[in-house]
Design a binder for this molecule. Structure first.
Ligand code: TYM
Length: 338
């Protein structure tokens, strides 16, 4: 009997600054179960990080820490390819081809480009604008059907679909047109200080996010300081649109404890925000502590991490070479004689 070909899933996180609870609950955590069903590739997208100024030594450190974090969060290098984006040169090569079919107007309209241009007004570089084309290249290179990401990346995946369809229409069927996989309640974890904005690792206010490397005391302190809502219903732990702060904490509690939102509302009825916030902190700590311990252990074994990265890049390169050769042929480039 012919072996069933598994569908493919691809995702990545930038090794920029501190990885947050939002990155974990909105993305990384949801990758683990996919490994059973799909052929998965998980990438540390270091080239994307260069679109904002980096300290080189810190970028190297963050990159390795993120590799260890992926494994500590449950990515199994025996099942999935885990690799660093810059180790597979086809990413930037395909990005160039996609650049030739991407319109300046559509890149200019990307919400994240506009946000980052505001935040880094002194460094609105071409890479920042081209960022979604490199992301499209990451995905299309592997013919991935599924892209598990948080809500803030949906627009980029939509652009990826547009570019795939445009290329296919112009040069005949070449790319799989990918779809987003969003987690139900984790797809947009909000800032603890401004619960209508997303929790972001680039937030200048450290109290706005929980970093996956925060220690117990810091997690408790940040959650105690989390903005709740002042309304007539004060101290009522209820999930609703007019209570964004409490709703965000309920989401975090539910995702970290495995309790449903409705159950959590019942559990904290009449208990007040103080008790509730401590319980959220306990739930977050119980999830992060074992991850932190495992990440630390892995970082002590550089040889293992290097072996994982080599194997991951070898597997990824094999797929990437095939796609790029096909693309070069379709657009009319003459293959090099070797
Ligand atoms: P990045 O590094 O900003 O974020 C990594 C992942 O975390 C998700 N995320 C969130 N989810 C829920 N709530 C939040 N507050 C939150 N903040 C971040 C993001 O949606 C993302 O899934 N461009 C991407 C990296 C990338 C990529 C790719 C992703 C490059 N190439 C190819 C998928 C496929 C980014 O900057 O993610």
């Amino acid at each position: 009997m012919a072996e069933e070909v598994k569908k493919r899933a691809f995702s990545g996180v930038q090794p920029t600054g501190k990885v947050t609870l939002g990155n974990y609950l909105g993305a990384i955590r949801n990758w683990t179960p996919l490994q059973e069903q799909y052929d998965c590739l998980f990438c540390v997208v270091d080239l994307h990080s260069l679109t904002v100024a980096q300290v080189p030594a810190e970028l190297r450190k963050n990159t390795l820490e993120l590799v260890a974090l992926y494994i500590a969060c449950g990515i199994d290098p025996e099942k999935s390819a885990l690799f660093i984006q810059s180790h597979v040169h086809e990413h930037t090569e395909l990005a160039w081809i996609l650049d030739t079919i991407a319109y300046v107007g559509e890149l200019n309209r990307m919400t994240q480009f506009k946000d980052k241009s505001r935040k880094h007004a002194d460094n609105i570089n071409m890479g920042l604008m081209n960022y979604p084309v490199l992301m499209a290249s990451d995905i299309l290179l592997y013919q991935a059907q599924y892209v598990p990401v948080g809500k803030d990346q949906v627009q980029h995946v939509e652009l990826t679909r547009d570019l795939a369809e445009r290329f296919n229409a112009r040069y005949s069927d070449t790319f799989v047109v990918p779809e987003c996989l969003l987690s139900k309640s984790g797809s947009s974890i909000k800032s603890l200080q401004e619960p209508t904005a997303k929790m972001s690792k680039s937030d200048p206010n450290e109290n706005g996010y929980i970093s996956l490397s925060d220690d117990i005391d810091t997690i408790r302190r940040k959650l105690r300081r989390a903005v709740t809502d002042s309304d007539t219903d004060a101290h009522c732990v209820r999930h609703s649109a007019d209570k964004p702060g409490v709703s965000n904490l309920l989401n975090i509690y539910s995702l970290c404890s495995g309790t449903s939102i409705a159950e959590a509302e019942r559990l904290f009825e009449g208990k007040g925000y103080g008790v509730f916030k401590d319980a959220v902190a306990d739930a977050v700590i119980s999830v992060l502590q074992p991850i932190q311990a495992e990440q630390k252990r892995l970082l002590g074994d550089k040889a293992y991490l290097e072996a994982v990265l080599k194997r991951g890049a070898d597997k990824a390169s094999c797929i990437a070479q095939k796609t790029l050769a096909k693309v070069y042929r379709k657009v009319g480039l003459i293959p090099q004689i070797r």
